[in-house]
Structure formats: structure tokens, C-alpha cells
Design a protein around this ligand. Structure first.
Ligand code: ZN
Ligand code: ZN
Length: 416
């Protein structure tokens, strides 16, 4: 490990703990990390202790043993889960700990294994964790999902590079999209967060009834529920701590009306679903529900996911990302939703963030559904933005205004 790299890794851990997760004096940290991310996890733990955290609890995971489960475990063992992690997470939520999840995804981890068993296990695990996930998404704790390269992930992103250089290249890409090569990364983040907030304010003030998307293979109208709120960059926990849950973050987002999306949309970047990379998907919607899915491959995986429960075939998120963002500028696909969803405007099938509607944090699932806000155990982001996408905002009186033109913001805002 070169000195330069070690210094950057330290900075990355420091941004994660101090700026994005904003760990407070006296706040415990729950760290969920694959064993191969130990160097980063340890730096994050050190920084948390230095920030006044009294205890850092680490749950290590391992891709290889996960794969073994799907390879060798009895086909009826789909109800098994980590009671230790579930219990630990529940206590962390009750206590208001910070949660740091480091991911070093191998997109092909479960390739070639029993898809029925994997899908059934994923569904039952998601159901079991549903109430905890809902509490996390209600921001009852501060949380952050942080990416770190694995050699297999790096090889997938940079197949042309020499094997010894792939991981370094992926690190450099991650540092770049995290604005870490700016002269003052903390100041750059503060300016970026301010810009996203001002754009949210503009969209909230316009209060569009619908967004109309047009582009190659796309003619889609996404209706927005009354009282919807555009959210971006950071959020405030129920305990009043500001944090940035997803890094990199380039999006502003809200929830569509789960019953009204109409038309056809085609994805513009690959997505990874349960270990399967799917390049191009077309989805048709009627009255908010997916009625047709066509995919270049993995169509059955998508159809099964959409059939998980009543909400999994309806939209829970609509997010706007200008095409000139640093991720898209790099011109690479990360094959990791954390990065790729921030590279382009996107939609998500499944669960909505309750904060997408005014007062949503205090509503239960039935009340949210009554307001048009979707619920599901699933949440699948898919990218639909590109330099060829036009987005109009439609006001209640039918008047149209440009929101995005050729993939870029069509309105100007003045930063405070
Ligand atoms: Zn999003
Ligand atoms: Zn999403």
C-alpha cells in the first residue's frame, strides 16, 4: 500500500465518518463489512473512536461463505438468517446508533446457482427484515452505504486493464466521483449538498402534478402525489442528526403516485439484479402497475422480482440526475447500484421512502398507500437518464415546463 493511497483511504474513511455519517460524540457505530474491506473498516472504526464514539461493533460478512450457502445448503433452508445481525440491528435502532455498511460487491457472486432458492431466500429475508428496513428508511438512525473495490468487481469494471491495475483503477474512479481530488473535498461536498438542496426547493415550489419523459424507447408519464417532497443529498434523522446516506449522491428524488404511472420506459445503463447483469430493459406501465417487461437477458429474474408482492410491480422512487455528473463523465459502468443509480436519472420499483411525502415519517404503511406512496419488501433502481432524455413538468392546469433538456437541468437556481 503506497503512502499516497493510504492517505486517500484515510481521507475516504474520514469523509465517511465525519461528514457523510456525521458520527456524534457518545454515539455507537454498527459496522457491517465484508472481510476483504477490513483495511477501510478499521480506518472507519479508528475515526469513529477519535470522534468520540464509545463503541464500534463490527459484523463481518464473506462472499465465499454466502455462495456456499446457495450451493450446498438444503433447498428448504430459505428461512434461515443471521439472528445475531437481526438482533444487533434492532438494538442499534432502539439506541440510535450510526450504521455503516461497506459493500465490495462481486456482481457474479451467485452466478450459475439455483435461482429459485436464491429468489425465495431473498424474499423471505427481505420480509423478515422489513420492519427494520422501514425504520432505517424512516431515518430512525443515521446510516451510510459505502463502496469499496473487490478484485472481481474491479475486473468487471475494467476488463481491459492488467489484472494488477484493475483494483487501483476502481479506487481512483471511486475517489474521483466522491470529489476527493478537489482541493478541499469537504468544501466541495458542502457546495454540492447546497446545490441539490436548492434544486429540491425549486421542484417543491413548482409542485408538478406529473413528469413526462421522452427519449429513445421512452414515453412515460409519472404522476406525483399531492404533498410530495423532493429530497436530496442529506437527510435529518429522527434524532436531529444531518447525514448523507448514499455516496456518491447526485440525485434529487421523491415518490411517484403508485397508481398512476402510464406509458413505456427503456433503461439506459445496465442493472444488477440478484447477481445477474441486465443490459437493457423495457417496462410498460398501466395505472401505476408494470404490465410488460422485456429484457435482453434476465427477464425471468425481473418478472419474479416484480411478482414478489403487491407493491413490487409499482414505482416507489423517481430521481433526477443531470447527465454531466462526475459518475457519468467517467463513462464507466460500476455494475453496482450505489454508483450506477447516481450516474443517471432513475426510477425504482418497490418501496418508497416515507419522507417523500409531507408527514410521511409519521404514517404507517396503510396511510402511506392511501396517499399513493408505495410499499414493498423490494426496491429495484433502474437507470433511464441519458443525453437523449427530455423531461417536462406538467402543472395542475396542464401547462408544461422544461425540467431537463438533453439530460441536463433546464432551470437555473441561485444558491444561497
Ligand atoms: Zn435513487
Ligand atoms: Zn433507489
Amino acid at each position: 500500500m503506497s503512502n499516497d493511497f493510504h492517505h486517500l483511504l484515510e481521507k475516504y474513511a474520514e469523509l465517511a465518518v465525519k461528514v457523510w455519517l456525521n458520527v456524534q460524540t457518545g454515539q455507537r457505530l454498527l459496522l457491517h463489512a465484508p472481510i476483504e474491506t477490513a483495511p477501510l473498516a478499521r480506518l472507519a472504526a479508528k475515526c469513529a473512536y477519535q470522534s468520540g464514539s464509545p463503541f464500534v461493533e463490527v459484523f463481518w460478512t464473506d462472499g465465499e461463505t454466502t455462495r456456499m450457502r446457495y450451493q450446498y445448503a438444503p433447498r428448504t433452508s430459505y428461512d434461515e438468517y443471521s439472528a445475531a445481525f437481526l438482533g444487533g440491528l434492532r438494538v442499534a435502532l432502539d439506541r440510535g446508533d450510526a450504521l455503516l455498511s461497506i459493500s465490495a460487491e462481486d456482481p457474479d457472486l451467485l452466478k450459475g446457482l439455483d435461482e429459485d432458492f436464491i429468489a425465495e431466500t431473498a424474499k423471505r429475508t427481505a420480509t423478515r427484515f422489513n420492519d427494520l428496513n422501514a425504520r432505517i428508511q424512516r431515518n430512525e438512525i443515521t446510516w451510510l452505504a459505502l463502496g469499496m473495490p473487490s478484485p472481481k468487481w474491479a475486473a468487471r469494471v475494467f476488463p481491459q486493464a492488467a489484472p494488477g491495475e484493475q483494483t487501483d483503477k476502481l479506487w481512483e474512479a471511486i475517489f474521483r466521483v466522491c470529489r476527493m481530488f478537489k482541493p478541499d473535498p469537504v468544501a466541495a461536498w458542502q457546495a454540492h449538498i447546497a446545490d441539490l438542496k436548492v434544486r429540491c426547493g425549486y421542484m417543491n415550489e413548482r409542485g408538478y402534478e406529473a413528469l413526462h419523459y421522452t427519449g429513445p424507447g421512452t414515453d412515460l408519464t409519472v404522476y406525483l402525489p399531492r404533498g410530495h417532497q423532493w429530497i436530496g443529498a442529506g437527510e435529518t434523522s429522527t434524532r436531529g442528526i444531518f447525514f448523507v446516506p448514499n455516496v456518491p449522491t447526485e440525485e434529487i428524488f421523491t415518490a411517484p403516485d403508485r397508481n398512476r404511472t402510464q406509458g413505456v420506459v427503456t433503461t439506459t445503463k445496465p442493472l444488477v439484479v440478484r447477481g445477474v447483469v441486465i443490459d437493457r430493459v423495457t417496462l410498460a406501465f398501466e395505472e401505476g402497475r408494470v404490465t410488460r417487461i422485456e429484457a435482453s437477458n434476465g427477464q425471468d429474474v425481473l418478472e419474479r422480482l416484480a411478482a414478489t408482492d403487491e407493491g413490487s410491480a409499482r414505482l416507489g422512487e423517481v430521481a433526477l440526475v443531470p447527465n454531466s455528473n462526475p459518475i457519468s463523465q467517467l463513462g464507466i459502468t460500476f455494475y453496482n447500484t450505489l454508483f450506477d443509480e447516481n450516474s443517471a436519472s432513475h426510477l425504482a420499483l418497490g418501496r418508497a421512502y416515507p419522507a417523500s411525502i409531507a408527514g410521511g415519517g409519521d404514517m404507517n404503511a396503510d396511510e402511506l398507500i392511501a396517499h399513493g406512496i408505495n410499499d414493498s419488501v423490494t426496491h429495484l433502481d433502474f437507470m433511464i437518464g441519458s443525453a437523449e432524455i427530455q423531461i417536462d413538468g406538467i402543472r395542475a392546469d396542464g401547462e408544461r415546463e422544461a425540467v431537463m433538456r438533453d439530460g441536463e437541468w433546464a432551470f437555473r437556481v441561485v444558491e444561497q
